[in-house]
Design a protein around this ligand. Structure first.
Ligand code: FAD
Length: 501
């Protein structure tokens, strides 16, 4: 008889784990509280426009990339996608010409040498660390290890070249900038802060060096970022197709309310039908939770277990995660300047930390990419915000704050795009409260656990939990956020479940 699996959540992490487990012969049911799958990588439609809720660009589609490998195992085609080149056009404060993060490594080298003279030794070190880390990750280490099998997977992934990274394992990007005498290069520092914040949640001074080496290099060939044709939804749609093709089930509109433990294992889960409010309980051999670690500790109450208490304590002590404020604009194509890149980043004030709503990461649809009707385009702009400021407000105060953030974002966008009452067709915004409601993420936090030295790699959040048959997938776990990152964590859980049988 095949073993039964309950997956909590149909984000990219949960769907990937569910589809792979179904493909490997398990009896899988995925419960998703929302009415559509995909979580932070889903899409909504308004007046003929398709808006990507959060994720807009994807890594890991190249041959040997994590999505490509998983799609090959699942026996489904990768949906059509176009490479992002440049991956991003970065505008620093008071500058009108962007730093273009080109896809071609040679072109990017010429660009960075022009933009940041004297910094090449730093980039060469990053490239060396990237090659070693990328090869290591490709051999599927389990990080952080929690038992002998995990440790063996980790040891088996080590090669001579991995040891190049060892002296740098406890360093941050800031440490290496100091080592190379670049700590006072404010332009370079600001550029790195901006780019790293997107992936690691923290700035250069705090980002773990080995994590930075990877995220700063994935934009270039032979890796590279891609834009799906149609919308981000195609990624989850394909994973749902694979799940169902291999006999798995997806139940939309069902929320897991509680996980009940017994003797260090999950005994059953309580499921609530969102529409009717009816509850039921289900049992399974394994439960895979595609939720944030902050959500996971709320789903269980095991005050008697010492291990669980330690797990809870660590979660509570994690640095405060970030939230996102996002504006979604449907515009006439005339609003888009000529030669506009599909992804842009703007910093507005370098005297403030980047987390204080003073930068925008912007994604613009391309003609014919399926996101907007003919002659129209979508502009999606997100900034970092402290989730705390959005909750526990009167409805009037909340709406006023949302309006203030929206107006500020539109004023800022107007300095680059031609936004007028004639070109602006549709506008709406999402706050941490919106993310909390639609993705059920605790306090609307997004992007996972910041990749500081203390929370990366061997010190990161494990996919194993203190309960033997409860697993955590998604952007709280190693190797971090993004659809590619959560797919690695899903693959790790699938291998761990297989080995535990
Ligand atoms: C504004 C923004 C921009 C981003 N841009 C990019 C980008 O360009 N590229 C990129 O790769 N990544 C990007 N990311 C990050 C990326 O979207 C996420 O890291 C990734 O999608 C997270 O996937 P996940 O599976 O871990 O979690 P989620 O997407 O959060 O999925 C979890 C799912 O579980 C469901 N759920 C939660 N609790 C329960 C419960 N109790 N019962 C049932 N269901 C439950 C939720 O509804 C959700 O569907 C961005 C994120 C944001 C917010």
């Amino acid at each position: 008889m095949s073993h039964s699996i309950i997956v909590i959540g149909a984000g990219i992490g949960g769907l990937t784990a569910g589809a792979l487990l179904a493909c490997r012969g398990y009896d899988v049911t995925v419960y998703e509280q929302a009415r559509v799958p995909g979580g932070c990588a889903s899409t909504f439609k308004r007046r003929g426009f398709n808006f990507d809720v959060g994720a807009t660009q994807v890594a890991g589609l190249e041959p040997g990339g994590i999505h490509q490998r998983i799609f090959a195992e699942l026996g489904i085609d990768i949906p059509p996608a176009t490479p992002c080149d440049p991956a991003c056009a970065v505008f620093l404060p008071r500058e009108t010409e962007p730093i273009q993060v080109w896809r071609d490594p040679k072109k990017w080298q010429v660009e960075r040498q022009k933009q940041f003279p004297g910094s090449e030794p730093f980039w060469q070190l990053m490239a060396k660390l990237f090659r070693a880390s990328w090869n290591f990750q490709g051999r599927e280490p389990v990080l952080p290890p929690r038992n002998i099998w995990d440790l063996w997977q980790l040891i088996s992934a080590l090669r001579l070249d991995t040891f190049v990274t060892v002296p740098f394992a406890l360093m941050t990007v800031g440490d290496v900038l100091r080592l190379y005498g670049l700590a006072n290069d404010q332009r370079l520092k600001t550029f790195l802060d901006l780019q790293l914040k997107l992936y690691s949640q923290v700035n250069a001074d705090e980002t773990a060096l080995l994590y930075a080496a990877t995220v700063l290099a994935v934009s270039q060939a032979p890796q590279g970022l891609y834009h799906f044709q149609g919308s981000m939804q195609v990624l989850s749609d394909c994973l749902v197709e694979a799940l169902e093709k291999h006999g798995g089930k997806l139940k939309l509109g069902y929320s897991i309310e509680q996980i009940h433990p017994q003797n260090n294992r999950v005994k059953q889960v309580t499921i609530r039908h969102q529409k009717t409010g009816e509850t039921s309980t289900e049992t399974a051999d394994h439960v895979v939770a595609n939720v944030t670690i902050q959500n996971l500790i709320k789903l269980l109450d095991i005050s008697s277990s010492l291990f669980w208490k330690l797990y809870q304590n660590r979660t509570e002590k994690l640095p405060r995660p970030s939230g996102a404020f996002v504006v979604y604009l449907g515009v006439d194509r005339q609003a888009i300047p000529d030669n506009c890149s599909s992804h842009l980043q703007f910093l507005y004030d370098d005297n403030q930390p980047i987390s204080e709503n003073n930068s925008l990461f912007i994604s613009v649809s391309e003609p014919g990419d399926g996101r907007a009707p003919n002659g129209k385009a979508t502009i999606i702009a997100s900034s970092f915000t402290d989730p705390q400021i959005w909750f526990h407000k009167t409805p009037e105060a909340y709406q006023a704050l949302k309006q203030q953030y929206t107006s500020e974002a539109i004023v800022r966008l107007s300095s680059y795009f031609y936004l007028t009452p004639d070109t602006l067709i549709h506008q709406e915004a999402a706050t941490p409260c919106t993310f909390a409601r639609f993705t059920a993420r605790d306090k609307g936090i997004v992007g996972g656990v910041g990749q500081r030295v203390s929370t990366f790699g061997p010190f990161g959040i494990a996919t194993r939990t203190p309960l033997n048959n409860l697993w955590l997938v998604g952007d709280s776990t190693h190797p971090g956020e993004g659809t590619a990152g959560v797919s690695y964590s899903a693959l790790t859980v699938v291998r761990q479940i297989e080995m535990s049988e």
